[in-house]
Design a protein around this ligand. Structure first.
Ligand code: ZN
Ligand code: ZN
Length: 373
C-alpha cells in the first residue's frame, strides 16, 4: 500500500510488521539485565549507601537520556547547553544503554516527522508491544522516514560518542555503577542495583514514551494523531508524559506547559539557565498554544452539540389544528406561547404560530398551530 507521506493511517490499519530477523544483542541486553536485577533483589543485601547512589545514578541516566539530553537538547535543540553540561548529559544518556545519541536522535526526529505512518519507527498503530519493545528487538524491511540530521552529523561530541558507543556504554552503563559502590565494599550490590536494576527501570520508563504515551491520556492540543497527555506517563518519565503537547510544540523546552503539571526536566533546564549552563530556552508563544487548546475545546463542544436533539425549524414542525390542541388540553395542562410569524410567508386565511408546548413535567416541545385568521 502506498501512503501519502504526512497522512496518518486510520486506527487499526497497520498490523504487526513482518519480522525478518532478531537483534540478538539487544535481546541479550534486555533479558540478561533484568535477570541480574532479579538475582540481586533475591540474594544480594541492600546497602543504604548503594541504594542512595543507585537513585542518584538513575536520575543521571534519565536526565541524560530521554529528558534533558538525547531528547530535548539533541533531538529537538530546544535549548543551548555549554560543553560541560553537554558532556554530563551525553554520559548520562550513554549510561542508560539505549544506543548512541546519533542513532536515537535521528530515530526520534523521524518519529516526530512521520508520526503514525509506516515511516514512523515506532508507529503506534502497530500495537503496544511493537512500540515498547518490538522495534528494538526485531529486524524488518521497514525503514524510518528521512529527516534532516545534518547538525548531528557535524556535532563532534555526538559523532565521537557514536563511534565509541560500545566501550562507553560498558563503562558508564555497567562498570562504573558497580565500581563506585566497591569503594564501600559493595561491588555486587552496585552491579545488581545501581547497574542492572537501574537500567531495567530506565529502559522500560523510556520505552513507555513510545508506547504508553501514545495510548493513555487526553488530547488537549490535537486529536488527529496518537500522542496523549497523562500524569502517569509524566511520573514514569520525569515529565515526558505530556506527549500531546510535545508533539504539537516539539521545540518547546517544556513538555508540561501548565505550571501545575509534573515536569522536573523543565525545572532542571531552568535551573541550568540560572546557573549559566544553559541558554536560549525555546518556548512557543502562549497565544499559539492557547489557539491549539481552544480549537480542541471547540471540537469537543461540536461533538456535544451534534449529540443533542435540537428543535426543528418552524417550517418543519408538525401542524396541530386548534381543535386538536383544545382536545389535548383536556387531558393534560398545557401552556401555549404563541409567536406570530410574518404573514408574508403564510397562506391568506391562516395565521401560523410557533408554540412552546409543555406539560409542566416534560421538556418544551415546539409545534405549529394553525387557526383561522
Ligand atoms: Zn511520540
Ligand atoms: Zn520528541
Amino acid at each position: 500500500m502506498t501512503l501519502t507521506p504526512t497522512t496518518p493511517m486510520a486506527p487499526g490499519a497497520h498490523k504487526f510488521p513482518q519480522v525478518t530477523g532478531i537483534r540478538w544483542f539487544n535481546v541479550a541486553i534486555l533479558v540478561l539485565t533484568p535477570l541480574i536485577a532479579v538475582y540481586g533483589l533475591a540474594f544480594v543485601p541492600l546497602v543504604t549507601k548503594t541504594t542512595v547512589f543507585a537513585c542518584g545514578y538513575y536520575l543521571f541516566s534519565m536526565l541524560g537520556k530521554i529528558t534533558a539530553g538525547y531528547h530535548r537538547l539533541w533531538s529537538h535543540r530546544s535549548y543551548n547547553a555549554c560543553l560541560p553540561l553537554q558532556i554530563f548529559l551525553m554520559l548520562g544518556g550513554i549510561s542508560s544503554v539505549q544506543g548512541s545519541c546519533y542513532f536515537w536522535a535521528r530515530a526520534h526526529r523521524s518519529h516526530h516527522r512521520w508520526t503514525d505512518t509506516e515511516k514512523d519507527p515506532y508507529d503506534s498503530s502497530r500495537g503496544l508491544f511493537w512500540t515498547h519493545l518490538g522495534w528494538i528487538i526485531f529486524k524488518t524491511k521497514l525503514r524510518s522516514g528521512p529527516v534532516d540530521s545534518s547538525d548531528l552529523g557535524t556535532d563532534p561530541l555526538v559523532q565521537w560518542t557514536h563511534y565509541n558507543y560500545f566501550p562507553l556504554a560498558a563503562v558508564f552503563g555497567y562498570a562504573l555503577p558497580a565500581l563506585i559502590p566497591a569503594l564501600w565494599n559493595d561491588l555486587w550490590g552496585g552491579f545488581c542495583f545501581s547497574g542492572a536494576l537501574r537500567l531495567t527501570i530506565a529502559h522500560h520508563c523510556t520505552f513507555a514514551i513510545n508506547s504508553l504515551a501514545h495510548y493513555l491520556g487526553s488530547t488537549p492540543y490535537d486529536d488527529r494523531l496518537s500522542p496523549r497527555d497523562h500524569l502517569l506517563s509524566a511520573i514514569l518519565t520525569m515529565g515526558e508524559g505530556y506527549h500531546n503537547f510535545h508533539h504539537q510544540f516539539p521545540m518547546d523546552y517544556r513538555n508540561a506547559y501548565l505550571w501545575y503539571q509534573y515536569d522536573p526536566t523543565k525545572w532542571f533546564i531552568a535551573v541550568c539557565k540560572l546557573l549559566g549552563l544553559a541558554s536560549n530556552l525555546r518556548v512557543f508563544p502562549s497565544n499559539e498554544i492557547a489557539k491549539g487548546a481552544l480549537t480542541m475545546q471547540l471540537r469537543h463542544l461540536k461533538k456535544v452539540q451534534d449529540s443533542i436533539i435540537w428543535p426543528r425549524e418552524v417550517e418543519q414542525l408538525p401542524i396541530v389544528t386548534w381543535d386538536n390542541f383544545q382536545e389535548e388540553s383536556k387531558l393534560r395542562p398545557l401552556i401555549l406561547v404563541c409567536v406570530v410569524l410574518s404573514r408574508r410567508r403564510l397562506p391568506m386565511d391562516f395565521c401560523r404560530c410557533r408554540v412552546l408546548f409543555t406539560t409542566f413535567q416534560h421538556s418544551w416541545t415546539s409545534i405549529q398551530v394553525e387557526r383561522r385568521a
